[in-house]
Design a protein around this ligand. Structure first.
Ligand SMILES: Cc1ncc(C[n+]2csc(CCOP(=O)(O)OP(=O)(O)O)c2C)c(N)n1
Ligand SMILES: [Mg+2]
Length: 549
């Protein structure tokens, strides 16, 4: 649209144009989704805009895509969905974004205005109350019945999506509003505000006194540290000021470099790690609920004082009594580091933290060496050697993924899994979108079960020529459930699967497929990193989990 400021557009604009104009003023560059009858006004407008549309084949994968895109770019992931089944099909993936505080903006169509609100006029896709379906997995929902409302509804939802704790927001717009010519002037600016969440000063005083006096402080860094701008630097500043070892949760991997002397790794499903956390006289947990996985299946029982920082106040004290600090991680960690620098006498043994961290990592390795898991450990180290240090990796709910939760060193790349809500099918669509967002080759791992959730996205990956390597570990079924059921009941049910010939299927999408063994998988994956476009590596093997402790 060639326009100068203040000029009258040379053609009629619709509500759809108002949406895409608003998104452009917000700096949005990419939109994910699938068109539908009521949403045609949105998609017609996007054709006239500078926005890049990324196609997918199932709405749940569109939402995983927007999520993966946001995780690597830091932008709000934007989705265009159609009314009813289209919108509802995305809900499982939105649960992951909601649980993991990933900012997404969902713009979905609605039936025409006259049909919104529980009437039963037999309109295709009509729901009694579409927003109600979204409320469980979003921070806010709003219905737009007039184009004049669009710029504010979209900008407010975009800002709220990023306000900590971040998450998905939902704007639904009636079909006729999207299609009708509008007199709303072309949108050239947006008014937004994303308020910070600093800690209350008295809580920082209280927490810093306890931390400065601690003889055995330990920090547990969760996903909230990674997602908070400046969180990593603030964490390291505080850890160094306290000489405290830092354990990373699954979501917190990357909050502190594994190579940092104070990093105690992230083997959180391990008794030694649990003991380190329990033995701290002051345990500082940041950006983690100390939930099922982080708390080693709720066996963690801190004996010292727990200080907990979280952007979501409902997390504070939810599993263990704590001095709760409702704040953005970076702001709270920075405030603590500054206070500690003032009050710390600096007389303690400064090498203690790194000794404790190194000792823990050695003991975890020694324990693993006694188990029959050389194949699994070899897979992780071969993949680590094959994948560039800065590559983003995406792990599905699969045995290789659970290994990676503990064993994977993310180096300078991001580690991403759907561990917030545990939904299958995250890894591949998120990795495809992330590759398009960051411009570097990404890596995804799925099991044969999870792969069938994502298989249709081979078409999207081909269509957009995404640089992505997808490893499918085929163990003939839902391996983890097979393991659980055999342990619990002596036999498994509903876990064995008929599978396609994965290599032939992948090639049918015009995507190269490589069959590998546990011995060759590292070299095969490494070779795909020297190619462009999508590539799939299939390895047939039965992996088992390390023994719980
Ligand atoms: C959407 C969804 N449905 C069902 C599950 C339950 N579930 C968790 S793991 C799993 C099996 C996954 O099998 P596969 O991808 O082959 O990985 P494997 O365990 O064999 O390594 C299932 C069905 C889930 N987590 N998410
Ligand atoms: Mg499997």
């Amino acid at each position: 649209m060639a326009e100068t400021a203040g000029s009258t557009p040379d053609r009629l604009r619709t509500g759809g144009d108002v949406v895409v104009e608003t998104l452009a003023t917000l700096g949005v560059t990419h939109v994910f989704g699938i068109p539908g009858q009521h949403a045609l006004g949105l998609f017609d407008a996007i054709r006239r805009s500078e926005l890049t549309f990324i196609s997918s084949r199932v709405e749940n994968n569109s939402a995983f895509g927007a999520d993966g895109f946001s995780r690597v770019t830091g932008q709000v992931g934007v989705l265009f969905l159609s009314t009813g089944p289209g919108a509802l099909t995305a809900l499982g993936a939105l649960q992951e974004a909601h649980a993991s505080a990933i900012p997404l903006l969902v713009i979905t169509s609605q039936v025409p205005r006259s049909g919104i609100g529980g009437t039963r006029n037999g309109l295709l896709h009509q729901l009694d109350d579409q927003q109600r379906s979204a409320q469980n997995v979003t921070k806010s929902t709003v219905v737009v019945r007039d184009a004049a409302h669009i710029p504010s509804a979209v900008a407010d939802a975009w800002a709220l999506a990023q306000t900590v704790p971040a998450g998905p927001t939902w704007v639904e717009i009636a079909q006729d509003v999207l299609l009708e010519p509008t007199s709303v002037p072309p949108v050239r600016s947006s008014v937004t505000s994303v308020p910070p969440r600093p800690p209350r000063a008295e809580l920082i005083v209280e927490a810093s006194v306890a931390l400065a006096a601690a003889a055995r402080p330990v920090i547990l860094a969760g996903g909230g540290v990674r997602r908070s701008a400046g969180g990593q630097a603030a964490l390291i500043r505080l850890a160094e000021a306290l000489d405290a070892p830092v354990v990373s949760t699954v979501g917190g991997k990357g909050a502190i470099d594994f190579a940092h002397p104070l990093s105690a790794g992230s083997w959180i499903e391990d008794r030694y790690t649990t003991e380190l956390l329990e033995d701290a006289d002051v345990l500082l947990a940041v950006g983690t609920a100390l939930g099922e996985v982080t708390g080693n299946y709720f066996s963690l029982a801190p004996r010292g004082q727990l200080i907990q920082i979280d952007a979501d106040p409902r997390v504070l004290g939810s599993n263990h009594p704590a001095l709760g600090i409702h704040a953005d991680a970076a702001l709270a960690l920075d405030a603590l580091a500054s206070r500690i620098a003032e009050v710390d006498s600096g007389t303690s043994d400064r090498a203690r933290g790194s000794r404790v961290a190194a000792d823990l990592r050695k003991r975890v390795e020694a324990r693993l060496a006694q188990q029959d898991v050389a194949g699994e450990l070899g897979l992780i180290s071969d993949l680590r050697a094959a994948i560039p240090a800065d590559a983003h990796t995406f792990w599905d709910m699969t045995i290789a993924g659970y290994w990676a939760w503990s064993a994977w060193d993310p180096q300078s790349g991001g580690f991403h899994s759907a561990q917030g809500s545990g939904g299958l099918g995250f890894a591949f669509p998120a990795a495809v979108a992330a590759a398009l967002g960051c411009g570097r080759r990404t890596f995804a791992v799925s099991g044969d079960g999870g792969a069938m959730y994502s298989i249709a996205e081979l078409a999207s990956a081909r269509q957009h020529d995404a640089d992505v390597t997808w490893l499918i570990v085929d163990d003939g079924g839902y391996g983890i459930l097979r393991e659980y059921m055999t342990t619990a009941f002596g036999h498994a049910a509903a876990t064995e699967l008929a599978r396609p010939d994965f290599a032939a299927l992948v090639r049918a999408f015009d995507v190269p497929a490589y069959e590998a063994t546990l011995e060759t998988v590292g070299a095969t994956v490494a070779q795909t990193f020297r190619t462009s476009g999508p590539a799939v590596v299939i390895v047939s093997t039965v992996l088992k989990m390390f023994k719980p402790t």
